[in-house]
Design a binder for this molecule. Structure first.
Ligand code: PPS
Ligand code: ADP
Length: 180
C-alpha cells in the first residue's frame, strides 16, 4: 500500500488559545492510526533552534521561518509536522506556505480562533496577568499585533467545542486532503 504523504499543520492563534492542546490531541489520534508525527513545540524551539531570539517583529519572523524550514523537511519525508506556534504576521505565514508550495509539500493553516478574553482568563503561563500588571509589554493580541488568517484551511472556534471535537475536525480535514 503506498504511504500517505506528509504535511505541515500550522496551528496559529493567541497565547493560551489551545494550540498545543489541540496539537497533542491530534498527534495522539494520528499515532493511533500509525502515522509518523512530530510536534514542533514553540517553547522548545525557542530554547534550542531559536535561542536568543525575542519577540520583536524581526525575531518572530526569523523564528517562524526557521520552524517553517524544519517542518517542510519533516513533511517532505512523510511526517505529519504539527506546529502550535503563534506566527502573528500574515506575510510570514504566507512565506512558509510558499516554501511548501515550491516543493509540493502539503500545508494546512489552522486558525485556533479563541477570543482574547477567553485566552486571558485561561492565562496558562501568566502572561496576560503580567501584561496587565505592567511587567511585560508586546504581548500578542493585547499590545502587540495578531493578524488573523483571512483564508485559513480551517478556523476552529476552540472555545465552543471540546478538544476531542476539534481534534476530530482536524483529522477529518487531513483525511479529506489525502494526507492520511
Ligand atoms: N510578548 C509575547 N508575546 C507572545 N508570546 C509570548 C510573549 N512572551 C512570551 N511569550 C510566550 O512565548 C511562547 C512562544 O511563542 P511563539 O514562538 O509561538 O511566538 S512567535 O510565533 O514567534 O510570535 C508563547 O507560547 P504560547 O502561549 O503557547 O502561544 C508565549 O507563551
Ligand atoms: N475546548 C478547548 N480547546 C482547547 N483548549 C482548551 C479547551 N478548553 C479548555 N482548554 C484549555 O486551555 C488551555 C490552552 O493552553 P495551550 O494549549 O497551552 O494554549 P497555547 O498552546 O495556544 O498557548 C489548556 O489548559 C487547555 O486545557
Amino acid at each position: 500500500m503506498p504511504r500517505a504523504p506528509g504535511a505541515t499543520v500550522w496551528l496559529t492563534g493567541l497565547p493560551s488559545a489551545g494550540k498545543m492542546t489541540l496539537a497533542r490531541a491530534l498527534a495522539e489520534r494520528l499515532q493511533g492510526a500509525g502515522r509518523p508525527v512530530e510536534i514542533l513545540d514553540g517553547d522548545e524551539i525557542r530554547r534550542f533552534l531559536s535561542a536568543g531570539l525575542g519577540f520583536t517583529r524581526a525575531d518572530r519572523d526569523t523564528n517562524v521561518q526557521r520552524i517553517g524550514f524544519v517542518a517542510e523537511k519533516l513533511a517532505s519525508h512523510g511526517v505529519t509536522a504539527l506546529v502550535p506556534v503563534i506566527a502573528p504576521y500574515a506575510d510570514s505565514r504566507e512565506a512558509v506556505r510558499d516554501r511548501h508550495r515550491a516543493t509540493g509539500t502539503g500545508y494546512l493553516e489552522i486558525h485556533v480562533a479563541t477570543p482574547v478574553q477567553v485566552c486571558a482568563r485561561r492565562d496558562v503561563k501568566g502572561l496576560y496577568a503580567k501584561q496587565a500588571a505592567g511587567e511585560l509589554t508586546g504581548l500578542t493580541g493585547v499590545d502587540d499585533p495578531y493578524e488573523p488568517p483571512t483564508d485559513p484551511d480551517l478556523r476552529i472556534a476552540a472555545h465552543e467545542q471540546s478538544v476531542d471535537e476539534s481534534a476530530a475536525a482536524l483529522q477529518a480535514l487531513l483525511s479529506e486532503k489525502g494526507y492520511l
